[in-house]
Design a protein around this ligand. Structure first.
Ligand SMILES: Nc1ncnc2c1ncn2[C@@H]1O[C@H](COP(=O)(O)OP(=O)(O)OP(=O)(O)O)[C@@H](O)[C@H]1O
Length: 329
């Protein structure tokens, strides 16, 4: 691998949680050719097949700061449990469109979406449909070509990277861990003191206990290259759990964890106060979400798992193919 690419990868790792996922950009640059090949084969079935590689199940073999023009209107959605409403950010997309280059096709067109404060949304859809692009737009790492993204009614296009980082934690697939103590790594997004009780709570909830004891406690030194991909993801998840962010966007941020570890970590993020958007890596993420956003290239559908099973052919296909025994809620 050329030195410059290694340097760029290192830079991407350094900045990912602050909204500069250079590594993600590099990875995405390699995607179009592969996805063009798959899409060129021209069947929805093939695209679903690729997507199901990201939604593995037990029975399937793994296949290859100024107020914006619109004030925040806190109208709770009836599907959102009342106990979780107060703590999170309301995220709205108004007629959002995005293309990666001037004159190229829009990856996302005319997207209207409102995520309620404290709500947990899972995003599903065929490979290459724009889920990661949506995650980047929601977290402010990409700016819409047209339309607006708002946090609590405020257009985020004027936010500085520091302001964005104060509002939301964005975790892409490749987790950033740096050489330093475990405590330094865990508190990287935190600007207020944390006592060991709080650290213990997060570590226990996310499932990082074994790594903490292996490191000899929070003062133990962490070397990124000595950790597995899953361990790095757990550190990044614990860091987000400890952060003040009221919006967390997980873009396949648990993909290197086994199903049990993923369920535990995602459960911890779900219990944490705040709004949560998960680009679903397994269909279990969709089952546990308040609502699921199905991207299919047309108008996105947003609904509960149960409702989508009856109303969305694509969603039913995804769930049914994941679980051949039947698409049961
Ligand atoms: N940096 C980029 N430059 C140009 N095109 C890109 C870039 N990143 C993604 N794309 C294209 O945008 C489209 C949507 O990609 P995106 O990664 O958002 O889809 P996805 O649904 O997350 O896919 P997957 O499930 O495979 O991860 C794809 O056609 C992809 O090739």
């Amino acid at each position: 691998m050329p030195g410059s690419l290694l340097g760029a990868l290192a830079l991407g790792r350094q900045r990912e949680d602050l909204g500069f996922p250079v590594l993600t950009y590099i990875a995405q640059n390699l995607r179009p050719a592969v996805q063009a090949l798959v899409q060129g084969m021209g069947t929805v079935g093939i695209r679903l097949f690729v997507t199901l590689g990201r939604l593995p199940g037990e029975q399937l073999p793994r296949p290859p700061a100024a107020p914006g023009p619109r004030a925040a209107v806190a109208v709770p959605h009836p599907d959102v449990p009342a106990a979780r409403k107060p703590a999170g950010i309301a995220v709205t997309l108004d007629a959002v469109a995005f293309s990666y280059a001037a004159g190229s096709n829009e990856v996302l067109s005319n997207i209207d979406l409102r995520v309620e404060p404290g709500e947990h949304i899972a995003v599903v859809g065929p490979s290459g449909i724009g889920k990661s692009t949506l995650a980047s737009l929601l977290s402010g790492t990409h700016r819409p070509t047209s339309g607006r993204v708002r946090f609590d009614g405020v257009d985020i296009s004027a936010f500085t990277p520091r302001q964005l980082a104060a509002h939301r934690a964005y975790l892409p697939q490749e987790a950033y861990v740096f050489t330093g103590t475990l405590r330094e790594n865990l508190l990287y997004l935190r600007d207020t003191p944390v006592d060991d009780d709080e650290l213990d709570h997060t570590v226990g909830a996310v499932g990082l206990d074994r790594l903490v004891s292996g490191a000899g406690g929070y003062g133990g030194l962490v070397q990124p290259h000595q950790l597995s991909s899953g361990e790095r993801q757990l550190i990044a998840l614990a860091r987000a759990h400890l952060s003040p962010a009221r919006l967390t966007v997980l873009d396949e941020a648990t993909c290197h964890l086994d199903p049990a570890a993923e369920a535990r970590a995602e459960g911890a993020m779900r219990e944490r106060p705040g709004t949560l958007v998960v680009i679903a890596h397994r269909i279990s993420s969709a089952r546990t979400a308040d609502r699921v956003l199905v991207l299919d290239g047309g108008t996105p559908r947003l609904g509960t798992h149960a409702r989508l099973l009856t109303e969305s052919d694509l969603y039913r296909d995804l769930v049914g193919l994941w679980s051949p025994g039947g698409a049961t809620p």
